[in-house]
Design a protein around this ligand. Structure first.
Ligand code: GLC
Length: 543
């Protein structure tokens, strides 16, 4: 089974819709909005985790994989969500955080109480408090190890100290995880997203990293392909849509993860294209985007995956990334144009597109001015680290303003009423002021809206096989302002031309085309010879 003509919509339940006025989004809130999602035309909803969790990392710290956190609702609500979604032709994808559990998980608690069998579920190393097992750095800052006094042992946490890494080398752990997947499949869940799943296989020997933060020892690790293949097969999920979140991965590995013959996953997320504005690869160092690098990355990944039958999940936004219209677009002067162009640039690529809640209405970064407005554990940690490094408060806030994960976690902007129609209570996190203009209600009344444009992009994938199945080839590969490619299927050809920047430019064409979709041009319009692209202009054209 392939998922080439499908589109996935990502929901961050905490910020999507609050049905009971407690300021937190919930499952009933999602049910209320299913008609909205059906109208948009999406096939699947991937929801980030709503399992029982202390919420130190907003649910990515799972304490019980079989039960729903009461803050989000009950099992009955969930069953209703699955059934109601299905009635509308939408499948639910659950987020499986299997690299680590919360330290509040029963397994970890038993380990702490001295149970050796459960200590073997995690990565514990004997030692003394003065000597870390390795010098690895956690992804959220600080050392990746925590000492447990009464055990005389350290445990590994690649993320927060409350997120202990599981030991996948232990077959019992793998059995437990398969059982969780079987349970949810039986409940009617149609697919899974696997959190940081290329980090699950740790090295045999743990050693210091004198070149980096340790990631080269556990990224795409020695048994990762075997583990994923075994998981998919034994849990019976090979016919379901599955996507792996891959941290700092390679094309070669992603081909293996997503090649249908390997039976591991249906597709992969990688993040290389979202580092083109990191100075020296550092998330917390600002830099203008390098479009040449961006174009090159797309070429390498699209062609590399195509060559060996790999499949991409294509996306700009998720709950960990700042809003794309504020990042690569211009959310002040070319808000609509740049949001539509950015959508076009990826929706026509070879891969399954993912839309993150609010992206379809051009939601922007949060524009917070004070650290008290932030909630994310990574942002709060790095704010302190930046100050310790000697940055002023203003500098640190400017960096957070561009890079914090909270930029995408602000409430979904439904209308212009108080709190954007997200809640009748006090929201757990605040909206940017622009919700009065940027909201679903306004866009439903505008036939030229960003929302309408997303609907058209989705519809185009469904009716045009070149979009879903076509071979990709790039045009004008040295350009750093224009991003252009062709998709060809059974002799039918479309081309996509996007202007990344706010200045005009020109692109030569090799014949006569007509416009299928554009953010300035009218559908049906004929063009030949060359096109002049206005700021952030984009075209999808057909021979
Ligand atoms: C993934 C999630 C992120 C989480 C991390 C640890 O990157 O998307 O939100 O913090 O994994 O689970």
């Amino acid at each position: 089974m392939n998922f080439k003509d499908k589109v996935v919509y990502q929901i961050y339940p905490k910020s999507f819709q609050d049905s009971n006025g407690d300021g937190l989004g919930d499952i009933r809130g999602i049910i209320e909005k299913l008609d909205y999602l059906q109208d948009l035309g999406v096939d699947y909803i991937w929801s980030t985790p709503f399992f029982i969790s202390p919420q130190k990392d907003n649910g990515y710290d799972v304490a019980d994989y079989y039960n729903i956190d009461l803050r989000f609702g009950t099992m009955k609500d969930l069953e209703e969500l699955i059934a109601e979604a299905e009635k509308r032709g939408i499948g639910l994808m659950f987020d499986m955080v299997f690299n680590h559990t919360s330290t509040e998980h029963e397994w970890f608690q038993k380990a702490l109480a001295g149970d050796k069998a459960y200590q073997d579920y995690y990565i514990f190393k004997e030692g003394t408090p003065d000597k870390l097992p390795t010098n690895w750095i956690s992804k959220f800052g600080g050392p990746a190890w925590q000492y447990v006094e009464n055990l005389g042992k350290w445990y590994l946490h690649l993320f927060d100290v409350t997120q202990a890494d599981l030991n996948w080398e232990n077959p019992k752990v793998r059995e437990e995880l398969k059982e969780i997947l079987r349970f949810w499949k039986k409940k009617g869940v149609k697919g899974f997203r696997f959190d940081v799943v290329n980090l699950i296989s740790k090295p045999e020997v743990f050693e210091d990293d004198f070149e980096g933060d340790g990631r080269r020892f556990y990224t795409d690790g020695r048994h990762v392909h075997e583990f994923l293949q075994e998981l998919a097969e034994d849990a019976g999920i090979t016919d379901m849509i599955t996507v792996g979140e891959m941290s700092s991965t390679s094309i070669e590995n992603c081909v293996r993860y997503s090649n249908p013959a390997a039976g591991e996953l249906s597709m992969c997320f990688n993040f290389h294209h979202l580092k083109v504005d990191y100075k020296d690869g550092q998330k917390w160092e600002l830099m203008n985007p390098d479009y040449k690098a961006l174009n090159q990355l797309y070429q390498e990944w699209q062609l590399g995956m195509q060559k060996n039958d790999g499949w991409n999940a294509v996306f700009w936004c998720n709950h960990d990334q700042p809003r794309i219209v504020s990042r690569l677009g211009d959310d002040q002067n070319y808000w609509k144009e740049s949001a539509k162009m950015l959508a076009t640039s990826i929706h026509m690529l070879r891969g399954t597109p993912y839309i993150y809640q609010g992206e379809e209405i051009g939601m922007t970064n949060a524009s917070y001015t004070d650290i008290s407005q932030y909630r994310d554990i990574e942002s709060l940690n790095y704010y302190q680290i930046l100050l310790e490094e000697g940055k002023t408060k203003e500098e640190a806030l400017k960096i957070l303003g561009a890079r914090s994960r909270d930029n995408s976690r602000t409430p979904m902007q439904w209308d212009d009423s108080e709190y954007a129609g997200f809640t009748t209570g006090t929201p757990w996190i605040h909206s940017p002021e622009n919700y009065k203009v940027i909201n679903v209600k306004n866009q439903m009344e505008d036939e030229n809206s960003i929302h309408q444009y997303y609907k058209e992009l989705i519809a185009l994938r469904k009716k045009n096989k070149a979009v879903s199945e076509g071979e990709i080839a790039f045009i004008d590969t040295e350009n750093d302002q224009i991003f252009a490619y062709k998709r060809v299927c059974e002799g039918h050809e479309i081309a996509v031309v996007c202007n990344w920047k706010n200045t005009a430019c020109e692109q030569k064409l090799d014949g006569t085309y007509h416009v299928l979709l554009g953010n300035y041009a009218k559908t049906g319009q004929e063009i030949c010879g060359s096109i002049r692209l206005r700021p952030y202009e984009c075209y999808v054209i057909e021979r």
